[in-house]
Design a protein around this ligand. Structure first.
Ligand SMILES: [Zn+2]
Length: 298
């Protein structure tokens, strides 16, 4: 996958990786100091001096230092997110709508979202409540090692030179999560939630599968349009994404990523279904082709 030299999105924020705590005197310290002063006659300056000293001991103002590898990952994420913005904006225009893109939060370790806390073990996810995609940097590393999605068998030095290894599989993951944003802003996700509230568990799970497969189809649709814009695909990229869809098919992206909304009994789309819907989006480039809710058999 070619990705260098294109526009990079400003909608990426970075969290974690260093501890930065605020120093100074908190309002709590001031209240306690005033109580001590009023009740016991202790000079507030003495109390606040101690409070400030205590606070300053926990202050770490280590600047965030990113390694060249991290900077590379950040540049990649910003470029892929910009690619999704540049593809979805005109598509929304044809629907008579304005595309408001999601923010993407890259985090290390753990993160707080409007959907609750998450750790690196959660995998990537989209939170409809704050309309942000959450992506932990460890996930990309895991994709390459644990799941064997390398796209290149010639060793890491070769990888860093070419910067093509597994790139498209990673872009597909981002495009899938942006797909959930598309579903949210088009009102599809809320319709699914309403329908799920009025049906039994099995049917509710079935709707979740259709929602996931549509996000895959949207990822394929994105790849189609981005290819027309940028000619970014290289030999083997689509196979790589389909391979990723297979490997992360049944639980990695979904169970871990959307675990906060999905019960244990949830049956995910099969690898075969995921591949098929990704390919349907990719071949057609047509949002109508991604109506996973309108077809009888998925
Ligand atoms: Zn998903």
């Amino acid at each position: 996958m070619q990705w260098k030299g294109r526009r990079r999105s400003d909608n990426v924020e970075y969290r974690g990786g260093s501890t930065i705590k605020k120093g100074g005197i908190g309002i709590g310290s001031i209240i306690i100091a005033l109580i001590l002063w009023k009740v016991f006659g202790i000079n507030p300056q003495t109390t606040l001096g101690v409070a400030e000293q205590l606070n300053s001991q926990t202050v770490q103002t280590t600047p965030v230092q990113h390694t060249p590898e991290q900077q590379e990952v950040h540049a990649f994420v910003e470029t892929v997110l910009a690619d999704t913005e540049d593809v979805w904006t005109p598509i929304f225009a044809t629907l008579g709508k304005t595309y408001v893109p999601p923010k993407l939060v890259v985090f290390t370790g753990s993160v707080q979202s409007a959907c609750g806390g998450a750790t690196s073990a959660s995998g990537p996810f989209y939170c409809p409540a704050d309309q942000k995609v959450y992506l932990d940097t460890q996930f990309f590393a895991d994709m390459k090692t644990q799941m064997g999605i390398t796209g290149d068998k010639q060793g890491s030095s070769q990888l860093s030179k070419q910067n093509t290894a597994g790139d498209f599989a990673q872009a597909y993951v981002i495009a899938h999560e942006v797909g959930h944003h598309i579903q949210t802003v088009l009102g599809i996700s809320s319709q699914v939630r309403q329908a799920q509230a009025q049906t039994n568990k099995a049917n509710a799970n079935h709707l979740s599968v259709r929602q996931e497969l549509q996000a895959d189809c949207f990822a394929g649709l994105w790849a189609n349009h981005n290819q027309k814009r940028t000619n970014f695909l290289q030999k083997g990229d689509i196979e790589e994404a389909l391979d990723a869809a297979e490997k992360i098919g049944d639980d990695y992206l979904q169970h871990k990523a959307h675990g906060h909304t999905i019960p244990d009994s949830f049956t995910h789309g099969t690898s075969e279904q995921r591949k098929r819907w990704f390919y349907r989006g990719f071949e057609s480039g047509d949002i109508q082709a991604c109506d996973t809710f309108g077809v009888k058999n998925i």
